[in-house]
Design a protein. Structure first.
Length: 295
């Protein structure tokens, strides 16, 4: 049995959670669209994650759409008291699986209600507003309208905490003027480190930073240096990349995703990997050209 307690714990909303979580996106079909090839295996992966000590799962009703939330409900409902489900809104899927903005008050309300229904919940623990100003990465622009809508849904008791995703540091600060930001979820990994300054800023406020694509996408980061470090310490490149994130800052929460039991075990076991200082120095060099921080 994998023990992930070595990863430590950190604040997420009103709770202290294990820093090693699970992302459900890959449980959907190819392109995060349609059902998985093996729904029974998808449910087993979710159950195995909980058995290993995972207590926060990242999902969205636009994964599939609806697929991952339905799998989570089938596999885990009624949910353990210690489990916290984090979802996100602001997008919808067309008939070919394309990603379209869905940021009107009506669309956001429907998305929250859909998440509640498909997950079998009366209130969502955390809802992240994902910026769709640029789907490929953070871009400046006002999120006041959709953020205000979600604050109103929070006032109605449908949401307990709100977070932000795919955003700049400026957008985080602007959101904080009208409501508490429980977490920030952006792309960040060894090779893509534009959020270094934002991570440090959030750490001073006790706000978790949740990197998505922590392995560079659906395959490990391609780096000779990473491979060489992994070989020296007898770990996999994926484990090294995840362990580096855990040691990068105590406010980082991980949500690596997979539809494979063996990969799940490999990812979670990164919680027990302590990288030596010499190897950390080598790894830090990989993303030096990208470590400029959000503004």
């Amino acid at each position: 049995m994998i023990n992930i307690s070595a990863a430590g714990r950190y604040t997420l909303g009103a709770w202290q959670v294990c820093r090693m979580g699970y992302g459900a996106m890959q449980l959907a079909g190819p392109g995060v669209f349609g059902p998985p090839k093996d729904p029974a295996m998808a449910r087993r992966v979710l159950q195995a994650a909980i058995e290993a000590g995972v207590d926060h799962i990242d999902t969205s009703d636009f994964y599939g759409p609806h697929v991952t939330n339905q799998l989570i409900r089938e596999a885990l409902h009624p949910y353990p008291d210690q489990l916290h489900i984090v979802t996100k809104v602001s997008a919808r899927r067309d008939e070919k699986g394309g990603w379209l903005p869905a940021l009107s008050p009506e669309e956001l309300t429907r998305a929250v209600e859909d998440n509640l229904r498909h997950l079998g919940l009366e209130a969502l623990d955390v809802v992240n507003l994902r910026s769709m100003i640029d789907t490929h990465g953070p871009a400046e622009g006002s999120l006041e309208g959709p953020w205000t809508t979600l604050l109103e849904l929070k006032e109605r008791g449908l949401i307990r905490h709100l977070g932000l995703s795919n955003v700049t540091a400026t957008q985080v600060r602007e959101a904080q003027k009208s409501g508490e930001v429980a977490c920030v979820q952006n792309q960040y990994n060894l090779a893509r480190r534009l959020d270094d300054a934002l991570i440090d800023e959030l750490a001073t406020q006790n706000i978790p930073y949740v990197p998505f694509f922590p392995l560079g996408g659906f395959t490990p980061l391609q780096s000779d240096a990473l491979d060489e470090v992994a070989a020296r310490i007898e770990a996999t490149p994926m484990q090294v990349a995840l362990a580096w994130l855990l040691q990068r800052s105590p406010n980082i929460l991980l949500i690596p995703g997979t539809a494979s039991l063996s990969h799940l075990e490999e990812n979670l076991d990164a919680a027990n990997l302590l990288l030596p200082h010499a190897e950390l120095a080598v790894l830090d060099q990989i993303g030096q050209g990208e470590a400029h921080g959000s503004a």
